[in-house]
Design a protein around this ligand. Structure first.
Ligand SMILES: Nc1nc2c(c(=O)[nH]1)N[C@H]1C(S)=C(S)[C@@H](COP(=O)(O)O)O[C@H]1N2
Ligand SMILES: [Mo]
Length: 487
């Protein structure tokens, strides 16, 4: 026998190795009498479920989730920028793109996640429910992943639909923090399952390249048994002599590949499964093939995308039957989230005594509407890009924010500006404009939209509109502008 490198000469195993062994030690099996309902042998007979299908769905889901996560974190950072974060004012539509992608990938996740969970849910009833401490930990991490992923998808869809009643929490914070939980659990999951995925997607060395459903039993028709399950570290259980693993042939070796012939892992399907071998029959089984499932899921994801992405991609707006907002529908041809009435400013904005209070380090001014209109007017085509996924371009006309900073006696190239609404409360009644955006000549205190005075719902008498900024930061009904600091 070859001396194992991590066993010291003394004969005492390495502490880590002892820990690994403890984690993987078989726990006493629960009484067979409890093996009922979904846990009874042979309960799940679909020939379509297989590591191959689950792996493919998992990869698609992982890619969608990664894009969704990165764009979501960007959106969070833009809205609550930490000191180190810098977000440019150009290209003007960058946020429109990243947030459109965030919502589109999030929505496409719905059928992907549904199919992925369907493909593995029999494993919920795996027997015995817990084989070892390591197995329990792995199952717990999967539970966290499933719960977090479902939470993200459901809360995201509710937010897009603007249905807040089922969410007794502040959506933005919850969605942000659970995203980190989901990513942590996902990375753990990927680490644990990578050898299984690699095995499931490996080309068949013994035969022709695999296409669709293999005729041989490669597909592991019914993953309700822990066939390929690696241990927590993805390695075979300690000392390989473990009798508790029902299918030792499937245990990945150190390089993560199954020790047995990769081509036919399921020929070792143990008899105690009590399942008819016909479950592996594939196409003549009468149900959908794996290809059929993948095609259906892809079609569903495609349909969801095509029927919603028009909320931000203007040429597709005619197809956006599932989108809660259409880019051209609303007063002055632009959607509205918060109306003047909803924000409680309907009376206030019509007040002929309206004044914009402008305060700088050296000067304070009070500008009425004719006074604002008498300042140099500029026009910019800029989108409102709502975090909820819709976006729409408008032609805005008004006074440059940098001109107002200069009027207050401060350096327009280096000013941080606080813009406040007439609105008494609400999360979006004020915003801080960093120097990158305050100095941009496209950043306006707009008085007009499409050549007309702003509709009250779009922020009459004056609103902020800046390039490459989330809609929530485009403050409407502006009543006060303060130059906070000049570097
Ligand atoms: N004062 C104030 N400004 C606001 C809001 C608000 O609730 N209060 N909502 C914001 C949001 S979420 C968006 S998407 C844009 C929408 O602008 P619009 O209604 O003109 O399309 O306004 C922003 N400005
Ligand atoms: Mo928004």
């Amino acid at each position: 026998m070859v001396h194992h490198p991590d066993t010291p000469m003394t004969g005492h195993p390495h502490p880590l190795r002892r820990l690994a062994r403890w984690l993987d030690a078989p726990l006493p099996a629960p009484p067979e009498a409890l093996r009922r309902g979904p846990m009874r042998p042979g309960r799940f007979t679909s020939a379509v479920r297989s590591p191959g299908l689950t792996s493919r769905l998992g990869i698609a889901l992982g890619v969608a989730f990664a894009v969704c996560f990165v764009t979501g974190v960007v959106s969070h950072l833009v809205q609550q920028p930490p000191g180190w974060f810098w977000w440019p004012s150009r290209p003007v539509g960058l946020y429109r793109f990243t947030q459109g992608l965030h919502v589109a990938t999030g929505l496409a996740t719905v059928p992907l996640l549904g199919a992925k969970l369907w493909s593995v849910y029999p494993r919920l009833f795996t027997w015995p429910p817990i084989r070892s401490v390591a197995h329990a930990a792995e199952r717990a991490s999967v539970a966290v992943l499933v719960a977090a992923a479902l939470f993200q998808v459901v809360s995201g869809v509710l937010n897009v639909a603007r249905w807040y009643a089922p969410m007794p929490f502040f959506f933005t914070s919850a969605h942000y923090w659970v995203a980190w939980l989901a990513v942590g659990a996902l990375l753990t999951h990927i680490g644990v399952q990578l050898p299984v995925v690699r095995d499931a997607l490996a080309p068949d060395p013994a035969g022709p390249p695999r296409r669709g459903l293999p005729a041989t039993g490669t597909a592991d028709p019914d993953r309700d048994e822990p066939a390929h399950e690696p241990t927590l570290d993805g390695r075979p259980a300690a000392d390989a002599a473990e009798p508790d693993h029902e299918e030792p042939a499937h245990e990945p070796t150190l390089d993560g590949r199954p020790a047995a012939n990769t081509a036919e892992p399921d020929h070792h399907e143990p008899a105690h499964h009590g399942r008819p071998a016909a479950a592996a029959a594939g196409p003549d089984h009468g149900g959908l093939s794996r290809r059929g499932v993948l095609a259906a899921v892809g079609t569903a994801a495609g349909l969801i995308t095509v029927t919603t992405v028009g909320q931000t991609v203007r040429p597709l707006s005619g197809l956006a039957v599932l989108a809660p907002r259409l880019p051209q529908v609303g007063p002055q041809g632009l959607p509205v989230n918060a109306t003047a009435t909803g924000a409680g400013v309907a009376e206030l904005v019509r007040d002929p005594g309206y004044r914009l209070a402008l305060t700088g380090a050296r000067r304070s001014l009070s500008l009425d509407l004719p006074g604002l209109a008498a300042l140099p007017q500029h026009t910019a085509d800029l989108p409102i890009a709502c975090v909820e996924g819709w976006s729409a371009s408008g032609r805005w006309t008004g006074v440059r924010l940098r001109d107002l900073v200069a009027l207050a006696g401060d350096d327009p190239d280096d000013a941080t500006v606080l813009v406040e609404s007439l609105q008494a409360g609400g999360r979006y009644r004020s915003t801080t404009v960093p120097p990158s955006h305050a100095r941009d000549p496209l950043t306006l205190i707009a008085l007009r939209l499409g050549g007309e005075p702003l509709h009250p719902d779009h922020g009459y008498p004056a609103r902020l509109i800046a390039p490459n900024r989330p809609g929530v930061l485009q403050t409407k009904w502006v009543g006060r502008i303060t130059v906070l600091e000049v570097r």
